[in-house]
Design a protein. Structure first.
Length: 474
């Protein structure tokens, strides 16, 4: 017997009854009918892990050790105290976009400026990213697989640390999950008002995500994915697309206008130019000249500190220098761009255990095994076709494909940089749990169903005929 995507071919016993795995079927049905209980299980696990990691962390030490943290905290404090988005030198902040500092300023307004309280509150809020991911997975995957996805996300050490870290990646992940969840709800609606509101919410969340991490192509990625998933020929699609693009582009254009007004800089942020010049170009140069990439990166940063140029001129100079390297070595530049993105995607990043004081001998290889195992399961999950009927649901392959494309493109966009580990692969914290859960379901359900089917066939069919028809899973 061959199991396909869709109804299982039932095997009848002597009384004509279907032979199924009653425990798995009943559990799947129960999960489908008890959303609140299942959600409480997921959010309890998520809160427990994230608050545990954050409470064990020394937040002032983390801020001191991570140079990037202050570049978000100082604008947040200035925004709260002075009402202006300025850096430590009291100059208009251009490198950092306002999304994460505004989020921090809001938390400071509510709980005070004590860093420990701020990041405990942040970890509490960002813990709900796992719950939203679970709700999204329930609409894409069978109910039992969706619960496994939620639990994998809840216990991910990388995702847990990002929630309480003084950096924007945790907030970006929450917004990314909310974008897909809002898209899914909107595509299931038929009312034009709901469609318009869904497009506006999706566009606003996309703009917020871009203002947290300045990856502006996300606007077009989400718009194209939304258009394809909703249906190009479906009624209301142009209303949906125009509303989404309008609400996504407006805040971004307003921020670019602000940058031009305060410093004559026409971009969203100059961070891309910094990464291209200080990291990717230096990595290519290091390969060509047989030098150390880290030493060249530090040298480039030190040189830029002595520049006496305006912000627009500095950005132009960075791109000119990087462009010269890329034009001279196009193949090598492309290779290292992809290699840096791949390194980000697969590195185990044992530093995630440091904030919670949980490092141990061999932690690199343990985390490498865990992350590698999840990636292998995710690859299996992409070819998922395990017993859908046993789980009372099917897999929405088109939605899974959209998540794969968007998250992989976002992850590999980090190829401009190197050395940040799990920080830059944060979109995979959305993608991998769902695919890994699907892969695990494929293994468990196919094996269980194959064993059960073989046993039943042996009991009903003469031994001489059992070897001619064996169950398989695709």
């Amino acid at each position: 017997m061959k199991i396909q995507d869709g109804p299982i071919i039932a095997i009848q016993d002597s009384r004509g009854r279907s032979v199924r795995s009653s425990v798995q079927e009943n559990l799947s049905l129960w999960l489908k009918q008890h959303l609140i209980v299942a959600s409480l299980i997921v959010i309890s696990c998520s809160l427990g892990v994230r608050l545990f990691m954050t409470l064990r962390s020394d937040q002032p030490a983390l801020i001191k050790e991570n140079a990037d943290a202050a570049t978000y905290l100082v604008p947040a404090q200035n925004l709260l105290e002075e009402g202006a988005f300025v850096n430590i030198f009291n100059q208009p902040e251009i490198t950092r976009t306002p999304g994460y500092p505004t989020f921090l300023a809001t938390l400071m307004l509510v709980v005070g400026q004590d860093s420990r309280k701020v990041f405990i509150a942040q970890a509490f809020i960002l813990s709900f990213e796992v719950l939203v991911l679970y709700w999204l997975a329930r609409r894409i995957l069978p109910s039992l697989t969706a619960l496994v996805a939620g639990l994998l996300a809840a216990f991910s050490p990388w995702g847990a640390v990002l929630a309480g870290f003084p950096l924007p990646e945790g907030l970006f992940l929450l917004l990314l999950v909310l974008i897909f969840f809002t898209m899914k709800i909107t595509t299931e609606a038929n009312n034009r008002l709901v469609i318009a509101v869904g497009g506006a919410c999706t566009g606003s969340l996309t703009a917020a995500a871009v203002l947290v991490r300045p990856i502006w192509p996300l606007v077009f990625l989400i718009a194209v994915a939304f258009f394809a998933l909703y249906g190009p020929k479906r009624k209301g699609v142009w209303l949906l697309l125009s509303t989404t693009l309008t609400f996504a582009a407006a805040p971004i254009l307003l921020w670019k206008g602000r940058n031009h007004a305060v410093s004559e800089f026409n971009g969203l942020s100059d961070i891309a130019g910094q990464c291209a010049s200080q990291m990717l170009a230096q990595r290519v140069t290091a390969h060509v000249n047989g030098q150390d990439r880290w030493a060249l990166m530090k040298s480039a940063k030190l040189e830029e500190r002595n520049w006496k140029m305006s912000i627009p001129r500095q950005d132009q100079e960075r791109w000119q220098r990087a462009g010269a390297v890329f034009r001279e070595h196009p193949m090598l530049s492309s290779y290292y761009f992809l290699l840096s993105g791949a390194e980000t995607a697969i590195h185990p990043s044992p530093y995630v255990l440091s904030p919670g004081k949980l490092n141990f001998y061999g932690d690199y290889w343990v985390l490498a095994s865990v992350w590698g195992g999840l990636l292998v399961l995710a690859c299996l999950g992409w070819h998922y076709s395990a017993a859908a009927e046993l789980q009372n649901g099917t897999t929405a392959r088109n939605w899974l494909a959209a998540v794969v494309v968007v998250c992989l493109l976002l992850t590999f966009s980090s190829g401009l940089c190197f050395g940040a580990g799990s920080r830059y692969r944060v979109p995979l914290e959305l993608l991998v749990p769902m695919l890994a859960a699907a892969g695990l379901s494929r293994i468990v359900f196919c094996r269980a169903l194959s064993e059960q089917t073989e046993t039943q066939r042996t009991s009903l069919i003469p031994a001489s005929r059992t070897s001619h028809s064996k169950p398989s899973c695709n």
